[in-house]
Design a protein around this ligand. Structure first.
Ligand code: AMP
Length: 299
């Protein structure tokens, strides 16, 4: 059974003397993307803690902090089914006993891509992830490649601040039709969901083009942007190729990198990417993992 724990001290007590501690930080309203991180943590660690905290610092003015979906009973069941031992649900006052005057900002990595439209977002993420690393002392922490810029930020802050934690990036989980799973997909009506497929459709076309020999960023970005622009209900924000660690903009796919897209469908801002991994044998595309198609209702 999963245990719901509300304080840093109580989680830390359960983490002591148990071997390898794995942490999966989330905002909650868990889905199969989160479950895949939890399962990966389960296979690598002796104890797995999932944190569920809708972090106000990472939401900007006018964003969806208030309406972000919250359902801790549902989350506990999903976390338990995926193999978690502990669900850490700190209150606002547990996370911030005082309004914080100490925050974590990065001098690079955060201005590009989503940092342009969400200028305070990554400092909010970095501050709370730092508090989770300091307060829970995990040996390994699992993050999705879905948030590629966030993964770069967290990897870098762990190194810069000498946290003895291994940050593990895990593949994107997609619906059968390509849509990347996101807690925010619940905001989409049927028409909006169809339009949202412009993000992943473009990325899969980018992967196809790459595998057919196209490596220049401009062409690949054009393919991704074009697929978004073709959807009337989808307002593209960016389609850009960036280094996976430094997040600098690239002209060519020649290293670990990702082509990231963002767009707005109605009120809902969605992001997605495909990752290019440099291997001993060349560069391979990680398109993520697809869930099976649901069985249709009998007619
Ligand atoms: P969130 O609750 O949206 O902050 O996500 C918590 C963690 O789950 C982050 O590391 C995300 O990158 C990861 N995640 C969210 N959606 C997916 C997905 N579709 N596939 C894989 N990881 C995901």
């Amino acid at each position: 059974m999963v245990e719901i724990v509300e304080t840093f001290a109580d989680v830390r007590a359960r983490h002591s003397d148990v071997g390898t501690v794995g942490l999966v930080p989330t905002l909650g309203f868990l889905h199969e993307g989160h479950s895949s991180l939890i399962r990966t943590a389960r296979s690598a660690c002796d104890i797995v803690t999932v944190s569920v905290f809708v972090n106000p610092l990472q939401f900007g003015e006018g964003e969806d902090f208030d309406r972000y979906p919250r359902d801790i009973d549902r989350d506990s069941h999903i976390a338990a089914a995926a193999g978690a031992d502990i669900v850490f649900t700190p209150s606002l006052s547990e996370m911030f006993p005082e309004p914080p005057v100490t925050t974590v900002t990065l001098e690079a990595l955060t201005d590009a891509l989503s940092g342009r439209s969400r200028p305070t977002h990554f400092a909010g993420v970095a501050t709370v992830v730092t508090k989770l690393f300091a307060g829970l002392q995990p040996d390994m922490a699992f993050f999705g490649r879905k948030d590629a810029q966030q993964l770069a930020v967290v990897t870098r802050l762990a190194a810069d601040l000498s946290f003895p934690v291994e940050v593990v990036g895990c593949p994107i989980v997609r619906e059968f039709d390509g849509l990347a799973l996101s807690s925010r997909n619940i905001y989409l009506n049927d028409l909006e969901r169809r339009a949202a497929l412009g993000l992943s459709r473009g990325l899969m076309a980018v992967a196809d083009a790459f595998e057919s020999g196209t490596v220049d960023a401009e062409s690949l970005e054009g393919i991704a942007y074009g697929a978004m622009a073709a959807e009337h209900l989808l307002e593209p924000e960016y389609a850009e190729l960036h280094d996976a660690y430094s997040v600098v903009n690239l002209n060519t796919v020649d290293r670990d990198s990702f082509l990231a897209v963002a767009g707005r469908v109605g009120e809902t801002r969605l992001i997605d990417n495909i990752r290019f991994d440099l291997t001993d044998h060349g560069i391979v595309v990680d398109r993520g993992v697809r869930l099976p198609r649901p069985v249709p209702e009998p007619t």
